[in-house]
Design a binder for this molecule. Sequence first.
Ligand code: NAD
Length: 505
Amino acid sequence: TEPVPSNPPEAAPSPAEIARHRELTETAAASLPDGFLAAGWTAPRSGRTFAVADPALGRPVAAVADCEPEDALLALTAANDAFPAWAATPTRRRADILHRLYQAMLADEERLAALITLEVGKTLTEARGEVRYAAEYVRWYAEEAVRSSGRSTPTPDGNWHIVTAPRPVGPCLLITPWNVPLAMATRKAAPALAAGCTAVLKPAELTPLTTLAFARLAQEAGVPAGVLTVVTTTDPAAVCGTLIADPRLRKVSFTGSTPVGKLLLRQAGAHVLRTSMELGGNAPFLVFDDADLDLAVREAVVAKMRLGGQSCVAANRFLVQEPVADEFAARLTEALTAIRVGLGTSDVDLGPLIDDRAVAKADRLVADAVAKGATLLGRAGAPGGPGSWFGPVVLDHLSADALLQQEEVFAPVAGIRRFRTEDEGVALANDTPFGLAAYLVARDGDRIARVAGRLDSGMVGINRGLLSHVAAPFGGIKESGLGREGGAEGLLEYQNLKYLAAPAL
Ligand code: NAD
């Protein structure tokens, strides 16, 4: 087989660009609090720290506390001690604090965005978008907090009365991934705090900086000590395992990979702990022969390229109906190979991937696809040198057994497969253990309704490649998870429903 050509080399970032990048990101990192947050900011017992790297420069830029289980238990103790008073705090007061936090996040957009760019690599433009999106969850749940209610109904026999009352579940463990560190933190912490729960936040070890900045803002906005704590660690298995085994913990909410989610479900099962699981995806993007191809390509780029493909809802499998496949493939190739890759702080469309392992995985899946007969339609350039660089790739005629069909590539690789009939397209789309997002592009309204109804996924994007919205219940079915985040539904994940059997009124 032909060797897969590597990225055409682009000019490396200039010394001036690198200097500007370092100035921006390192100033932001220098503003962070020291230690981990339990009842207050404190050093871990071991005194150890771990390094956080900048994936664009391939060098460590900051050090954060490396907590052990004993440190995490201090945070849980603080969360448990703070719970009764926070649960009893009037919702209007909880909402006021969250509103202040929302304003503080917006006022601090530039610093938070620089931290996201520093630790994730994404462009400043995209990082600013994440800050606003993350802040929206805080505003949304400030609004939901005061609207939360139960119901009241007489029993049909008229003998008594049923009253339901949502109650906060208690101290929660919130585990977040590295790809959207701020938005994943607020999508969990905002509904938890709005519901009256306290929370221990455990950010991904690759991206703890933004979470620390967020926790400091929460403190300054008036979130009482212990209500929101943060534990950073290089040993998430030991830390989370210890917290989950502690009977004071009442809930675990996790966003991350399916294997870790399954492990946490087993651990939580042993204690009958409530769980929310936002796990991996393998999103199909279906293009039908009646599609508006301008729209199809535009939305395909959105669905593929948000976070450079490092998203659980990223389009992972392009399934295109035969009559339009050649044209769609050519136009998608044109769009993706025009993407400019470079430092997130420069005028580019895409930053580096999160680390060298991510680059190696993407290279492996591309090589596997080509070895199994796929055609390489195009490959965008990327800078060489230090940093985790990977330019977008488009592949056509993927074979059924290509790993790109089964695994999330989590990189800007678009693989196209063709289908003939609607039934075949739907069957291919559903041929995965995952069921998070699916996208379809078509004009015929009957076809749209038929296909959307038959896709096995928690979310379907119809003629659009962007699904995430604060008002929407985000979540999956099958091995993509349990529970929903966002919308009115997101609050329910942090509430137990108590029902009172009252005398007839
Ligand atoms: P990951 O599962 O490796 O890590 C996620 C988090 O879990 C991190 O905080 C990590 O420290 C922690 N963790 C790792 N091992 C653990 C253990 N044994 N016990 C407890 N915690 C542990 O995933 P990742 O590489 O950070 O993120 C990528 C994955 O997340 C992808 O599969 C992606 O699809 C998924 N994801 C899903 C959503 C969603 O909403 N469904 C959103 C973003 C990412």
